[in-house]
Design a protein around this ligand. Structure first.
Ligand code: HEC
Length: 162
């Protein structure tokens, strides 16, 4: 687990270096939005995606989506654990998979967008709080905390795209 994390960090920083040396136009041409409006820069059916682009390079994109899919998986696991009233494992999962670990903090900072970093950190801190709430073994409070964390997912997705 640890060596895998280190490997991912190395990949990420290699990705960042490549991104600095690449022509932005080439990097961006693979986003869905850009493809949709190709040859029609002023408009088009799918051009109303006004979310801020992080302008990630292909390697960063893959790494970020992988990370996101892990987040979704963690949420699924947490819901399943809560349904079995296994609050302690749910608490551990919330902290280790979604909490503000060093790995997550570095990840949020690595995309070079302050607003994104702040939203990411607020999300991970909400997961820390959720992890604490689970220890109270109260299902109403637990669901409320989960909803608060999910609100951070929704908010970031509404604001940023790759
Ligand atoms: C700080 C911002 C941020 C937060 C917080 C965040 N995401 Fe994301 N997520 C993104 C971005 C950016 C994308 C790429 C969306 C795009 O380009 O359209 C993404 C994509 C995804 C995807 C698509 C993965 C794929 O393979 O296509 C999933 C699933 C996802 N996020 C789940 C989650 C879940 C679940 C949470 C909360 C538990 C979460 N995200 C929190 C920024 C965030």
């Amino acid at each position: 687990m640890r060596s895998k994390s280190v490997f991912m960090m190395v990949l990420l920083f290699v990705g960042l270096t490549i991104s600095c040396n690449m022509n932005r136009k080439v990097v961006r041409s693979s986003t869905v939005n850009d493809e949709a409006v190709q040859g029609e820069p002023q408009g088009g059916m799918y051009s109303n995606d006004t979310r801020i682009s992080l302008q990630l390079n292909p390697m960063q994109k893959q790494h970020q989506l992988h990370n996101m899919r892990s987040h979704l998986e963690a949420v699924q696991r947490i819901i399943s654990l809560l349904s079995k009233e296994d609050y302690m494992t749910a608490s551990q999962t919330a902290y280790t998979q979604l909490g503000s670990t060093t790995e997550m903090r570095m990840m949020c900072a690595s995309f070079g967008d302050k607003g994104f970093e702040q939203m990411g950190l607020a999300f991970h801190e909400s997961a820390d709080a959720m992890s604490e709430v689970f220890k109270e073994r109260n299902s109403t409070k637990a669901l409320d905390a989960l909803s608060t964390t999910l609100r951070h997912c929704v908010q970031c997705h509404a604001t940023y795209r790759q």
